[in-house]
Design a protein around this ligand. Structure first.
Ligand SMILES: C[S@@+](CC[C@H](N)C(=O)[O-])C[C@H]1O[C@@H](n2cnc3c(N)ncnc32)[C@H](O)[C@@H]1O
Length: 253
């Protein structure tokens, strides 16, 4: 389990913040699977510090519920991602504090791998979605891992990362068990901001990614030393941006 009430919450915004342009690209990606009518009611499940909730309220012009178990992440969201249409609620995927068939869409943005009971979480997603509603499972998948360039600094990172995620088929199968229709393949969303080596180092060194909660401690200092030395040598080198995977699920009509 990863503790979002401790150190991670204090570095999350600086280490994982999104630009307005990145948020807009995600809204366009979700909108492609949603009806054009407005307002739409949206649940952001595992909403964290609220990176996406105000964007959801603006794009879909309806109430947004940010459900989040970590008190500290919810406090951050209330401080830094307040919006008149957004309500942050204490809760979890396994126990969503919303009525049956009450939302048009559910977003699980890099939260699914943290659910202790993923099937129960998906059953809850099915329960709160209106028939015909869509759920967006933005996640990594064990069999579609991006080849992140900074893995080279930490010998265990790739394996640690892959171990946190289900394969696409496993995730789709769980969703079907929960009564949701699931695509066989994820869609790939591009548009992550291109960053220099220096900028990427400055973000990654904050260890705002849960990968670093699992990498053996003796790999951290040597890895960051090599990473820092490369960033000093070649600060303006542009590093690759990676398309992001998202599995689209739907509650049958
Ligand atoms: C990597 S963060 C993503 C936060 C946000 N979705 C974002 O993209 O910025 C993962 C979040 O999942 C939350 N989480 C952990 N267990 C959860 C559960 N059982 N149900 C819902 N969210 C959970 C964590 O507290 C954390 O805020």
């Amino acid at each position: 389990m990863v503790d979002y009430d401790g150190r991670l919450s204090s570095v999350y915004t600086a280490g994982r913040g999104m630009t307005a342009d990145e948020v807009s690209r995600w809204m366009a990606a979700f909108g492609a699977y949603l009806p054009e009518e407005r307002p739409l009611r949206i649940l952001d499940l595992g909403s964290g510090s609220g990176r996406l909730t105000p964007g959801l309220a603006e794009a879909f012009q309806g109430p947004v519920y940010g459900v989040e178990p970590s008190d500290r992440m919810r406090e951050l969201a209330e401080e830094h991602a307040a919006h008149p249409a957004v309500t942050y609620l204490k809760g979890s995927a396994e126990e969503i504090p919303l009525p049956d068939a009450s939302v048009d869409a559910v977003l699980m943005f890099l939260s699914f791998h943290h659910y202790p009971d993923q099937l129960k979480g998906l059953q809850e997603v099915h329960r709160v979605l209106k028939p015909g509603g869509a759920a967006f499972l933005r996640s990594q998948f064990a069999d579609r891992m991006p080849d992140l360039f900074w893995y080279e600094y930490f010998p265990s990172a790739r394996e640690v990362d892959a171990a946190m995620y289900l394969s696409v088929a496993e995730a789709a199968d769980l969703a079907r068990q929960a009564g949701l229709d699931a695509a066989d393949e994820p869609v790939w969303v591009s548009g992550e901001k291109t960053r220099t080596l220096r900028e990427t180092y400055e973000r990654v060194k904050l260890r705002a990614l849960s990968t670093f909660e699992h990498i053996p401690a003796d790999e951290l200092d040597p890895g960051f030393e090599r990473f820092a030395a490369d960033a000093d040598r070649d600060p303006d080198r542009v590093v690759p941006a990676y398309p992001a995977a998202m599995l689209v699920l739907r509650r049958p009509s």
